[in-house]
Each structure stands twice: as structure tokens, then as C-alpha cells.
Design a protein around this ligand. Structure first.
Ligand code: SF4
Length: 262
């Protein structure tokens, strides 16, 4: 069985939620948080593609952020905050919100977040190699697929950045996070380069918080064990629910689940 990391993640969130979504394939409505997260990811994908398009044509100095190629000129897409905001508005997904007012508020919130992202982005040079880069790797014979939000070249290897619109996680949480371990494996197996840094980039109206970590060979072996255990649980059909106030509050199946903690 081929597993995407998002499936593994869903199983870890709650096995019954996984069962509803991937085994029973129950229909569900997109939630506001998911919709907003997709809008942010789509925007930053376009931004990263633009960075890649203009890379090699940058010049040192104050004009750097305003430089654009002849092709860009035709589309009026310099690497400027106005472009980022244009990407935000063209990427904004209106589905998932209860009312038009909620959607409008989310759109404004996103504008604020994009300003913060741009401030973060301006702080240093970025050598972006890939955005939304698909990968496929084998962990003890188990095929795992997924997608890397952003891959930058840094000293000694690559830096994998994952965008988050959820609550900020601690350094300890990032250090032990399975998703980032899978990304480190993907970097080495799929992109064939050492993974120097792994980063969660938390984006909210309070600002941008980056939590950076790395992985040792021992941690990657532990991650492979965790993946194997998860795969065994899934193939054995163990879908016992793990209700909790937080997880059930965000669950799209809370209205059909008889043990929902809401
Ligand atoms: S409502 Fe809670 S227990 Fe039920 S499937 Fe969703 S997350 Fe699991």
C-alpha cells in the first residue's frame, strides 16, 4: 500500500477520522481553517515560483526586490509586496466560510499575514530550488509520498520549509515532529542532498514565527520505526477513535461520530 504523509498524519490525529475519510470515504465539507490554509499555500506557491523565475537575474543592492525580467515585466510581477498581495487575492478560496462576512474577514487577515511574510522574506537572501515539490520514498519497503512546500539551498545542503497556519509549536515539538523527519528522509532519498535544516514557518496575524530544527541519523531510524508501526495499524484495520476536545472540534466528521468530544 502506498501512503501519503497526509494519510499518516490523519491516522495519527484520530484513526476513526482516517477511517471516515479514506476507508468509508464519507463526504465532508471543507472547514474555514482548511480553506484558509489552502489559500495561503497557493499564494506562497505562486510567490516561490516567481522567486525561481527571477533567480539568476537578481543584483545586489537596494533595487533587488524590484528587479524583474522582460517576461515578468509583461505580467507586472516584480518580487514586491504588491505582487504577493495580488497573488493572495487571486488565490483566495471563498468556500468553507459560514458567511460572506467571515470570508471577507479571512481575506483581510490574509493580507496582514502576507505583509508579515514579506517582512520575513526580506530579512535574508533565499535561494529557492523548488516549491510544492512532490516526493516518493521507501521506508522499510513502505512507499511514502508527499509534497514539500519550499526547498532552499543553504550552506551544506538543503533547507525544507513547511508553512503552517495553525498554532505555533514549540522547539521540542518541532525537534520530535514526524512530518519533518519524513521531509528529511525525502530530502536525502528523493532529492539526493543532505538536509541541513528543517523549518516550520508559522503564519498568523500576530506575525511569522520560524522554528528550525534538524535530524540525526538515529532520529531518522526512529521515524522509520514510527512509520512502520502506523502502517501496521492501518493495514490491520485498527480504527479505534481517540477523541479529544481540540481534535474533535476541528474534525469534519464530528456530526456523525458517536464519541465526538464536542
Ligand atoms: S469526532 Fe473526534 S473521535 Fe470522532 S472521528 Fe472525529 S476526531 Fe475522531
Amino acid at each position: 500500500m502506498s501512503l501519503s504523509f497526509s494519510r499518516l498524519s490523519a491516522y495519527r490525529t484520530c484513526p476513526r477520522q482516517f477511517e471516515y475519510e479514506y476507508i468509508k470515504k464519507l463526504p465532508r465539507q471543507i472547514r474555514a481553517g482548511e480553506s484558509f490554509g489552502s489559500s495561503v499555500h497557493n499564494t506562497l506557491k505562486k510567490w516561490g515560483e516567481r522567486e525561481i523565475a527571477v533567480s539568476g537575474k537578481r543584483q545586489a543592492g537596494i533595487d533587488q526586490l524590484r528587479l524583474f525580467t522582460q517576461e515578468d515585466s509583461a505580467h507586472h510581477l516584480p518580487l514586491a509586496v504588491e505582487t504577493l498581495l495580488e497573488f493572495w487575492h487571486s488565490s483566495f478560496i471563498v468556500e468553507g466560510y459560514g458567511t460572506r462576512v467571515e470570508a471577507d474577514m479571512a481575506r483581510l487577515r490574509g493580507e496582514e499575514i502576507m505583509q508579515y511574510f514579506f517582512d520575513w522574506w526580506q530579512q535574508r537572501e533565499h535561494d529557492v530550488l523548488f516549491v510544492e515539490k512532490g516526493f516518493s520514498l521507501a521506508v522499510d519497503g513502505q512507499k511514502i509520498t508527499g509534497r514539500l512546500d519550499r526547498v532552499e539551498k543553504v550552506e551544506g545542503g538543503l533547507k525544507i520549509i513547511d508553512y503552517k497556519t495553525s498554532a505555533v509549536r514549540s522547539q521540542n515539538q518541532a525537534d520530535a515532529d514526524l512530518q519533518l523527519s519524513v521531509y528529511a528522509l525525502a530530502c536525502e532519498q528523493s532529492l539526493k542532498q543532505p538536509c541541513s535544516e528543517l523549518s516550520f514557518l508559522f503564519l498568523s496575524e500576530e506575525g511569522v514565527t520560524e522554528v528550525v530544527t534538524a535530524r540525526t541519523a538515529g532520529q531518522l531510524q526512529d521515524a522509520a520505526k514510527q512509520i512502520r508501526l502506523l502502517e501496521e495499524c492501518i493495514t490491520s484495520g485498527d480504527f479505534r477513535p481517540t477523541p479529544g476536545r481540540e481534535v474533535c472540534r476541528c474534525c469534519p466528521y464530528s456530526n456523525v461520530c458517536d464519541v465526538a468530544a464536542v
